[in-house]
Design a protein around this ligand. Structure first.
Ligand code: NAP
Length: 486
């Protein structure tokens, strides 16, 4: 890993504007998933450091929330500029610790930075209301920052999942304590270094790195100071955090797992559908929450679709994401490889046909072959569970009603996709899908401009867009009385 700016490689936690080792002196290893090489030893912090970070956040927030919105937003904009200037280094760091190809990593840095730019603008537009009441009174509604925010983020988007939370929180006057995933702390720490350089006052953005997630999460959820927990990660951990937050009645935002269907009707533009399904399935080697988990293809074009789809999958160049020409990188851990393989074996046991792939990759312990499965059905784990790997099961359906029923037959409800040229069907199907997001003839649906989030057990709250601010604001009603007195 060759960085132009070596100051971006930080290995200590970041509390109250200071780089800090763990109180215990312990560290943990960050490994390159493509090569197995040791990248860094990072401070292994726990509950005590989390407590300190929360207190620092509470102190820092008092003057931060009192600033004019423009002053806060100017700092976010400077932070955005510095991230864009450091895009190449941040991408190198991300590919090294996360594995995604450099082109995808560069894209994520730009995507992540876009949330800072967006909320640096949107943060100036936190409006309230005046409510007409009896003649001698008026009701004012104002919006105020929710308070200290605790954020917990996953490894699959080690930059953007952080900025999506931190940008709106800071824009409206909150302070944040972040626990990044243990696999990918370096991208988070580099963001903190750039925030410091942008002039963000100490204590507003704290990072607690550590292996003991339950201890750090327990301190965050148990704290009376923390008023909001925002989490991106798996549904089981999200449910646990929600239960833990109940005791102090905290606000929560939950961006959890998905089981996205891509529904492709006979009347679809086949080329568009194949390309969209490839992108949605195999981006980040299948490790995104909005990755298509289930391809649902109508019987009339099923065979043609599978043939074209598999042809493209066979042309992938799987390998180290840092090397030119690599289209798809490794999975994050060997545990992830084993987990994906167990779902493929379950499908094969149930009668699935392997069109291509179907086993761990030859490139190293973290690789899995891009896989296409046919002859699959709803009793299989690949239908019911989030695969989180480069495996595409292609299911067959006959009617529109059947497709909708299959798509909704899951406890998840994050992203879904539909390919059809029929306008009536676009509306019927989009409205019937029990999902927070629907892509119609498009699978690249995410950006800072749109409200990203799920329904059912995929979570609650929205990130990005004008709606993304609400998750960090409280609504206060002020009653002004006695207005008719002379
Ligand atoms: P995960 O195991 O739930 O971990 C996510 C984060 O939670 C990590 O920082 C992890 O720390 C932490 N964590 C784990 N157990 C915890 C506990 N008991 N208390 C507090 N924190 C805890 O999920 P993942 O495997 O990293 O990420 C993949 C999942 O995220 C998938 O389900 C994916 O769909 C979902 N995701 C959702 C979205 C969305 O916007 N809806 C976006 C991206 C990913 P450690 O790393 O230290 O274990």
């Amino acid at each position: 890993m060759q960085l132009n700016d070596s100051g971006l490689l930080q290995t200590q936690g970041f509390i109250d504007g200071q780089w800090r080792s763990a109180m215990s002196g312990k560290t943990f290893e960050v490994i390159n998933p493509a090569t197995g090489a040791l990248l860094a030893e990072v401070a292994d912090m726990g509950a005590a450091e989390t407590r300190e970070a929360i207190e620092a956040a509470e102190n820092a927030m008092q003057s931060w929330k009192a600033l004019p919105a423009k002053a806060r937003c100017d700092i976010l904009e400077r932070w955005f500029d510095l991230i864009i200037a450091a895009q190449e280094d941040l991408a190198q760091l991300m590919t090294a610790e996360q594995g995604k190809p450099l082109a995808e990593a560069r894209g994520e840095v730009a995507y992540g930075a876009a949330y800072l730019k967006w909320f640096s603008e949107e943060g100036k537009r936190v409006y309230g209301d005046v409510i007409p009441q009896q003649s001698d009174r008026r009701g004012l509604v104002i919006k105020q920052p929710v308070g200290v925010v605790a954020a917990i983020t996953p490894w699959n988007f080690p930059n953007a999942m952080i900025t999506r939370k931190v940008a709106p929180a800071l824009a409206v006057g909150c302070a944040v304590v972040l626990k990044p995933a243990a696999e990918t702390p370096l991208s988070a720490l580099a963001l903190a270094e750039l925030a410091k350089r942008a002039g963000l006052p100490d204590g507003l953005f704290n990072i607690v790195t550590g292996l003991d997630a339950p201890a750090i999460g327990g301190e965050m959820t148990g704290s009376k100071i923390v008023r909001k927990v925002t989490f991106t990660g798996s549904t089981p951990v999200g449910k646990l955090l929600m239960r833990q937050c109940a005791d102090t009645v905290k606000r929560t935002s939950m961006e959890l797992g998905g089981n996205a269907p891509v529904i492709i009707f006979d009347d679809a533009d086949l080329e568009l559908a194949v390309n969209g399904a490839i992108a949605a399935k195999y981006r980040n080697s299948g490790q995104t929450c909005i990755c298509s988990n289930r391809l649902l293809v109508q019987a009339g074009i099923y065979d043609k679709f599978v043939e074209k789809f598999a042809e493209k999958v066979k042309a992938f160049n799987v390998g180290n994401g840092a090397l030119d020409g690599t289209t798809h990188g490794p999975l994050i851990t060997t545990k992830a490889v084993n987990d994906v393989h167990s779902k493929v074996l379950d499908a094969i046991d149930g009668g699935a046909c392997v069109v291509t792939g179907g086993k761990p990759g030859a490139q190293g312990a973290h690789f899995y072959e891009p896989t296409v499965l046919t002859n699959v059905h709803s009793g299989m784990r690949v239908f019911r569970e989030e695969i989180f790997g480069p495996v595409a099961p292609v299911f067959k359906f006959d009617t529109e009603a059947e497709a909708i029923a299959m798509a909704n037959d899951t406890e998840f409800g994050l992203a879904s996709y539909v390919y059809t040229e029929n306008m009536g069907r676009i509306f019927r199907v989009s409205e019937a899908l029990e999902y927070g997001m629907v892509g119609v003839n498009e699978t690249a649906i995410s950006s800072e401009l749109i409200p990203f989030g799920g329904v059912k057990e995929s979570g609650q709250g929205r990130e990005g867009s004008k709606y993304g601010l609400n998750d960090y604001l409280e609504t206060k009603y002020i009653c002004l009385g006695g207005l008719n007195r002379a």
